[in-house]
Design a protein around this ligand. Structure first.
Ligand SMILES: [Zn+2]
Length: 467
């Protein structure tokens, strides 16, 4: 186990003073010990292969694809059955161009067949169970290998290294995770072990934002790392703050939300540095990071294979991101429709020289949905981070707000749903927002999609004045 894992698993148990004194020892370990084998080997491979000619990269992609498909047929009952039904000749699947001979799968299919989708070489109890709310609000669960966390972290660091961010770079954290419990100020915490200044994004009141600015001047984090909706709120505050902000960041690392152009322009103007984002998802099949030389998103070829499909499953230049992951044979997802939409760049030749496929951004997810708490502060939907097992018994839900600090949650239950689920969901939400929003639950039979086919999780009936 890497030192990183140990710290991660025991983080909340360390008092603040101990984190501080541990940091001087921690940084004496080489990165190999700190981040472990999976991280270091992945990062090394990515550096070695990044600028290889396309044919060389395609060879590795074909190997990974072929391994995954053949492994899946051998070890995963669901695919064996499904491919037999579709009459797939598995011997004819030689390289990634044969992928169109395989049927696609979607979230509903995973939800209905999850127990048959796990490899016979793995026990569910040895795997991580994660759920995602997806773009339609339907929660769905997956099993993944533990090692995938550090492997993925290597991909993220590899992408961020394009603007000079290193594993040990200090960061201002503006995301929906719980702050360390041993904190002097309940809304911010500086962790010298991780070199992270974490600020509460559930309560971005003016008073708190001023505290954040003072802490930024004190700790001087190199990068901002967080949700764009929260970064915009901070930038707005700084734009009218007396004297602005003296500290100069090196870059802004936007995660988990679609970045709107107007947000990007505004934030770059206020902080005077580039906003840099990447596309990823909980299923961990496709990851694509922005380029330092352009605004294209380079799809990382060794992480998973990306296709854009239309409604009929045909490959198109614009369509639904459909992924075949190369990292998780414990529960393989082959031609999995993510529900996210994107388009290929018309001219994929980027001046950086990487021969990867390039997406031109992602649309159709991550609406800048906001709730308003009883102090008038905004809470973004992404910040609620509703990736939890409590939602397994819910088919779909909607959050309706007509009154400051009060939200009505409409749920379409499945057959396993009970009052206990309602209680634990309310508890989970209210904990996340520190009790500053009251959630009421109402069970309904149906929650239809909008006329454009899209589903809005939040129906905000109060005015929202964010750009
Ligand atoms: Zn590039």
């Amino acid at each position: 186990m890497s030192v990183f894992y140990f710290v991660k698993n025991n983080y909340d148990k360390f008092p603040a003073w101990m984190l501080k004194s541990a940091s001087s020892i921690y940084y004496m370990f080489p990165t190999y010990i700190r981040y472990g084998k999976d991280f270091n080997m992945t990062l090394k491979l990515l550096k070695q292969t990044e600028y290889l000619p396309k044919e060389k990269i395609d060879e590795i992609v074909n190997e990974r694809f072929q391994f995954m498909v053949h492994y899946t047929v051998k070890h995963v009952p669901y695919y064996r059955k499904k491919y037999a039904e579709y009459g797939v000749n598995i011997k004819a699947i030689q390289n990634v161009s044969d992928i169109t001979k395989l049927p696609t799968i979607d979230k509903e299919e995973v939800r209905a067949n999850i127990s048959e989708m796990i490899s016979d070489e793995y026990k569910p109890s040895d795997l991580m169970y994660i759920t995602t709310s997806g773009s339609t609000g339907n929660p769905v669960g997956f099993y993944q290998k533990q090692s995938i966390l550090m492997t993925e972290w290597a991909y993220v660091m590899h992408i961020w290294s394009r603007i000079g961010c290193k594993p040990d770079s200090s960061r201002l954290i503006l995301r929906g995770k719980k702050l360390h419990p041993n904190k002097l100020n309940p809304h911010l915490f500086y962790d010298s072990l991780r070199r992270e200044l974490s600020c509460d994004i559930f309560n971005m009141t003016e008073e708190n934002l001023e505290d954040y600015c003072i802490a930024i001047e004190k700790y001087k984090p190199e990068f901002i790392h967080g949700y764009m909706s929260a970064i915009v709120v901070l930038a707005k505050y700084i734009s009218f703050r007396n004297g602005g902000l003296r500290h100069q960041f090196k870059g802004i690392l936007a995660i988990s939300e679609n970045v709107l152009q107007e947000q990007k322009d505004f934030v770059e103007k206020i902080f005077g540095v580039r906003v840099f984002s990447f596309y990823g998802h909980s299923e961990r099949l496709v990851i694509a990071g922005e380029c330092e030389k352009s605004t294209m998103y380079h799809v990382e070829p060794l992480y998973g294979y990306c296709e854009l499909l239309d409604r009929n499953g045909e490959q198109r230049t614009k369509g639904e991101i459909t992924g075949t992951g190369f990292l998780n044979e414990a529960m393989p997802l082959i031609r999995y429709r993510t529900g996210d939409m994107s388009a290929w760049e018309e001219n994929m030749l980027c001046s950086c020289g990487r021969p990867h496929l390039c997406l031109d951004g992602v649309s159709g997810r991550w609406h800048q949905d906001m709730l308003i708490n009883n102090e008038g502060a905004y809470v973004s939907l992404t910040a609620l981070n509703i990736h939890s097992a409590e939602f397994d018994h819910i088919v779909r839900y909607k959050l309706i707000q007509e009154q400051v600090g009060v939200v009505m949650m409409l749920v379409v239950p499945n057959k396993d749903y009970s009052d206990a689920d309602a209680k634990s969901i309310i508890k989970l939400f209210e904990e996340k927002v520190a009790g500053k929003i009251r959630f009421d639950i109402q069970v309904v039979n149906d929650l239809p999609v909008g006329t454009n086919g899209k589903y809005r999780i939040i129906e905000q009936r109060l005015p929202i004045s964010l750009s």
